[in-house]
Design a binder for this molecule. Structure first.
Ligand SMILES: Nc1ncnc2c1ncn2[C@@H]1O[C@H](COP(=O)(O)OP(=O)(O)OP(=O)(O)O)[C@@H](O)[C@H]1O
Ligand SMILES: [Mg+2]
Length: 321
């Protein structure tokens, strides 16, 4: 398999701010790679370098086999980009916006119009097609911007936070479109603040922080890195907490963590639901009154927290762009 994106040692500085600090990344052709990272990690900067909008100070990058610096013009015809902030012309209608993109890509008059109509239908914008974009809602703009990125059927597509500002239904719709595109052979680099989205869509995930990749792998590989399953339980009293800890010691595969302020116990385990049933049996035999008990697998949120020291920022949720 060839690689659609190969970046080596990318550095980008803004004055004293180092936005990219030796970023290495490889994205195999035909896959979805999720770029995750906290605000300011360098995700948008990386996307801008890959899409020739920004020149890195150091390092190199090839996209679709072309050097982003030396073959920028040719590369632009092979990629699509939907940026973090929708880039649509307010004074034009939805149709005119897409038609214009088609002309810019030299699709020709007839083909541009046809493609514009096709995409408007696909993104549920047919009814609004001939209205000026200034009257569109945030979600409609986002969809139009995404449609714009698809006009030229790009071989490599860059989506910077494609579903930020979309309602849950539109987000699901977007996921379908994305999955369909990738089935058709498009390679996708996606940045997102929604870990659930990366978990669902991405074949591989690169977590970046302070301008460099700090972890890479499939969602499962990353989850395994932060640790396996655990039992979480709450009891009413501290006496019961220590009884429970003693009772469950035999099931633990690592250090048991007891939080005596919350009367909460975290027990690392393996074995899935059978270990949960066994735990309940043992606690019952010791007459420990359990308020709450459950088996947890690490989520990507846990991964993110473990790696970057902060939780993923969902503050952009619902924001209209
Ligand atoms: N044009 C600019 N001028 C100065 N500093 C910039 C500029 N663009 C980005 N930066 C800085 O570079 C760093 C990386 O920014 P970038 O936009 O790439 O982060 P991001 O990961 O996309 O964040 P977010 O999740 O908020 O979109 C930040 O510290 C940011 O302040
Ligand atoms: Mg960004």
């Amino acid at each position: 398999m060839t690689d659609a994106i190969v970046a080596e040692g990318l550095v980008k500085r803004y004055g004293s701010v180092v936005a990219l600090d030796g970023l290495d990344l490889t994205v195999p052709e035909g896959t979805i790679t999720g770029l995750l990272g906290p605000n300011g990690a360098g995700k948008t900067t990386a996307v801008r370098v890959f899409t020739t909008l920004l020149e890195a100070d150091e390092g190199s990058a090839r996209v679709a086999g072309l050097d982003v610096r030396k073959q920028a013009d040719e590369l632009r015809t092979k990629i699509g980009l939907s940026g973090q902030y929708a880039a649509v012309d307010d004074n034009l209608t939805g149709f005119e916006n897409l038609d214009m993109v088609g002309r810019l890509y030299h699709l020709g008059r007839a083909r541009s119009r046809e493609r514009a109509r096709e995409l408007l239908a696909r993104f549920d914008l047919e009814d609004a097609a001939d209205r000026p974009v200034k009257g569109y809602s945030g979600g409609m703009r986002r969809r139009l911007d995404l449609a714009g990125a698809l006009v030229a059927k790009p071989t490599v597509l860059f989506l910077d936070e494609p579903t930020t500002g979309l309602d849950p239904r539109s987000r699901l719709g977007m996921w379908d479109v994305i999955e369909e595109l990738v089935k058709g052979g498009t390679t996708l680099l996606l940045t997102t603040q929604y870990l659930e989205e990366a978990d669902r869509l991405a074949d591989q995930i690169a977590v970046i922080d302070h301008g460099r990749v700090i972890a890479e792998g499939t969602a499962d590989q990353l989850k395994d890195q932060v640790g396996g399953e655990r039992l979480e339980l709450s009891v009413a009293t501290s006496a019961e907490l220590s009884t429970a800890a003693g009772t469950l010691a035999g099931l633990a595969v690592g250090q048991i963590d007891a939080d005596d302020r919350q009367n909460h116990l975290t027990v690392p385990v393996t074995g899935g639901s059978s270990v949960l049933m066994e735990a309940i049996r043992r606690l019952d035999a010791e007459s420990v009154k359990v308020l709450d008990i459950g088996l947890r697998r690490p989520t990507l949120d846990d991964v993110f927290l473990a790696l970057t020291g902060h939780v993923a920022d969902d503050s952009a949720q619902g924001e209209q762009k």
